[in-house]
Design a protein around this ligand. Structure first.
Ligand code: GLU
Length: 480
């Protein structure tokens, strides 16, 4: 338990892209940390980059967090509402001589940097504008040169105890006088984050390892502004299977993709929790309330986590089994509705789920492997056509249709009897009927047992599909 019992954490995504798996995982860790300490979990949208930020991205991030069921407390904070405050703080630091105006253009900096690099000296900003004479400054002002504000990094060592990595030290001499206010008046990430985390009363900053290098800068800003420091913890990055940072190359990295694939949120959250955290037991299936009970920062590993889609899909299957057919059917119905398929008959969906069973890892598989359960407009598998459709088959199918029309109990047993008896009557093997019927009513050569499949599809639909098969066969040219 945290000492003062007033944990306040946040997730602070930038709406320059969709909700990234890494951000979703960091959000989850913050959420679990807050809930397991009776604290508050807050959401801040870091939209100070006016050119790259998009409202629709912010919306999709918000939807993604809602989909994961990570409810935040208090109103969402948008950084773009606070431009005045960031400017004020930056100018205050200039007035207190803890920061200074910088008139250097990108080109000038690049030139000096290249020079330094070519003489094998490392480069950090050379404080040129800190040392400007009064005249130079006046000239630049007259020229109306764009100007930014740089923080004057003091000498010494910045050190803090990271909640996950332990003590981290950085020589201040290695930190350049970083920009806190850009020449367009917008704040740099480091300034905005400190001003907001302070205003929001954030007690623990838990974020990805990619921000470790920013933390000493932020600590310097806290100190310059005279504010109490929060605690910092950096969680391991998520890597792809080839151990490079998880990116589009490894497949989809945005949460909306997984939602679209029909991964269920409980499974997704369960999976994310294990990316860098472990309950230190063998258990694998955890709901959010169970995670809250078990979560602690001690369980977070330092080594990077590897994203493994197969494991996610395995967990999704395990979650589907845990939720049960009825619940999966309701969720499948919602999923299909989003895809433009409206099926109110829950029993039908339960039967489809039972029939496709273990072949299904995510909802999209229902469409891939069971398209014919939802649509009539499928085409016949080409290999299957070559293998199973023969001259004269239409006569057999016509007879089958006749007998099916008369069949009172259109169920598994009744159907099996009809088809096996018909095979005998026609003096052929049952498989010579079974394969073409399957192809005719589903377009596929594999799937659930044929008689169950026919029962689920129902008399009307099966007959309609067999009739269109007959039309197809009548028009087909088998001599080619
Ligand atoms: N907007 C930053 C990001 O998306 C937030 C980093 C932080 O949590 O301080 O990486």
């Amino acid at each position: 338990m945290i000492k003062n019992n007033k944990v306040r954490v946040r997730i602070a995504p930038s709406p320059t892209g969709y909700l990234h798996v890494g951000t979703a995982r960091t959000a989850l860790f913050n959420y679990l940390f807050a809930r397991s300490n009776n604290g508050a979990f807050l959401l801040r949208i870091e939209d100070t980059d006016l050119e790259r930020s998009r409202d629709e991205m912010a919306e999709s991030i918000i939807e993604g967090l809602q989909w994961m069921n990570l409810e935040w407390d208090e109103d969402i904070l948008y950084q773009s509402d606070y431009f005045d405050e960031y400017q004020e703080k930056a100018i205050e630091l200039v007035k207190r001589k803890l920061a200074y105006w910088c008139y250097c253009t990108d080109e000038e900096i690049k030139e000096r940097k290249n020079k330094a690099m070519s003489s094998k000296k490392g480069w950090i900003y050379d404080r040129r504008c800190y040392h400007l004479s009064g005249e130079e400054r006046e000239r630049f002002e007259k020229e109306d040169r764009p100007k930014a504000i740089r923080f004057l990094v003091p000498s010494g060592i910045s050190s803090y105890e990271d909640l996950i990595h332990g003590v981290i030290k950085k020589e201040n001499s290695e930190i350049e006088d970083f920009v806190i206010l850009k020449s367009d008046g917008t704040p740099s990430y480091n300034l905005a984050v400190v001003v907001d985390d302070h205003r929001m009363g954030i007690t623990h900053v838990i974020r990805g390892d990619d921000h470790i290098s920013n933390t000493p800068k932020q600590i310097l800003l806290y100190k310059a502004l005279g504010w109490e420091l929060p605690e910092f913890g950096h969680v391991p990055l998520i890597l792809g299977k080839d151990r490079s940072k998880l990116s589009k190359r490894h497949g989809a990295v945005s949460l909306s993709y997984y939602k679209d694939e029909g991964i269920i949120p409980e499974a997704f959250v369960n999976y994310l929790a294990f990316l860098g955290w472990s309950p230190k037991t063998e258990e694998e299936i955890f709901s959010i309330p169970e995670l809250i009970k078990r979560f602690s920062l001690d369980g977070i590993q330092i080594k990077p986590a590897i994203f493994d889609i197969e494991r996610l899909e395995w967990l999704n299957g395990a979650w589907m089994a845990k939720l049960g057919r009825e619940e999966v059917a309701s969720r499948l119905s919602e999923y299909l509705y989003r895809k433009g398929i409206s099926i109110d008959d829950k029993d039908y969906l339960v039967k489809v789920i039972e029939a496709l069973g273990k072949r299904i890892k995510k909802f999209k598989d229902f469409l891939v492997r069971g398209y014919y359960f939802f649509y009539d407009d499928f085409s016949y598998d080409e290999e299957g056509v070559k293998k199973h459709f023969r001259k004269g088959l239409e006569e057999k199918m016509k007879e089958l249709i006749k007998q099916l029309k008369e069949l009172a109990n259109f169920d598994e047993n009744g159907l099996e009897n009809v088809i096996r008896n018909l095979a005998e009557e026609l003096n052929c093997k049952a498989s010579e009927l079974i394969h073409p019927i399957r192809l005719g009513i589903s377009g596929m050569t594999v799937g659930p047992g044929l008689f169950v499949l026919m029962e689920i599809l129902g008399k009307k639909r099966v007959i309609k599909r067999l009739e269109s098969l007959v039309r197809y066969l009548e028009g087909a040219d088998f001599d080619k």
